[in-house]
Write a new protein. Sequence first.
Length: 57
Amino acid sequence: MAKDPVCGMAVDEKKAAASTGYQGKTYYFCASACKATFQKDPGKYVTAETAGKKGCA
């Protein structure tokens, strides 16, 4: 299972609502809204990947 970098939810890579690549890594999302949020400022979520999250956007 992957972790949605925006909201922190566990995401099954095979059933993810969306995914995108950034700096050679694939990120998986629980919803297209989380992907859109990530794409606005991916560096914010990559550097904060282990920090606490506030839930889906």
